[in-house]
Ligand binder design. Sequence first.
Ligand code: PEP
Length: 252
Amino acid sequence: MREKIIAGNWKCYKTLEEARNLVLEIMNGLKPDLDRTVVLCPPFPYLQMARELTLKSKVKIGAQNLWKEDWGAYTGEVSAPMLNSLKVDFVIIGHSERREYFKEDGALLNAKLKRALAWNLRPIFCLGEKLHDREEGITFKIVERQIEEGFEGISSEEASKVVIAYEPVWAIGTGRNATPEQAQEVHEFIRGKIGKLFGTVVSQSFPILYGGSVKPENIDSLMAMPDIDGALVGGASLKGQDFLRIIHYQRE
Ligand code: PEP
């Protein structure tokens, strides 16, 4: 069975105290012997706190971004070796908010993916179409291009460490989620593309997460789809009890 991953993207929310309380609430609410990977992605300033609190647990910690160079005069940036030294496990790359507001393009995201892999960070590589792409019927074309740009020059061995999050931009933070069938169709396409690039051994074990208004009410039906291996959760990951319900999704 493929690894199942539930990741919470806290974006630019929470004070230090609120973040600490949320980490503790989630850790205390986890059922023992969980057969899925739980990842918390707090803002940079809280990574060390979150890492220390979770170090002896199975909870993984992820950063929300990283810079494409290891070191240098890049005021305000945070690099892969810094995250590695904090014992961060995962890093989100190419979130649609980074693509949109910070103009991160395919070449930059490819460079970030390579830095993350070089420093043993597991990338959660985000991609997805905008509403007008879907309406024009070019969802697969957009997704294919994002994969080709992001994975340029990546070996099969490296690709096997990556996680993709399919996040249709029209579903992020809008309350309007893709139906399980809409998500499944794109996930299947993504798996096929990963198979063409890196072979079926990689594609069959490759976790593909869905993101976009995931809530306690829709997680079970999403996880019932054969190619949905987990979720990248924004808004609902900020509420401990909601996120716990999502983590403990029921198999339908
Ligand atoms: C996200 O931030 O990746 C996300 C999917 O947000 P939301 O769950 O709030 O739509």
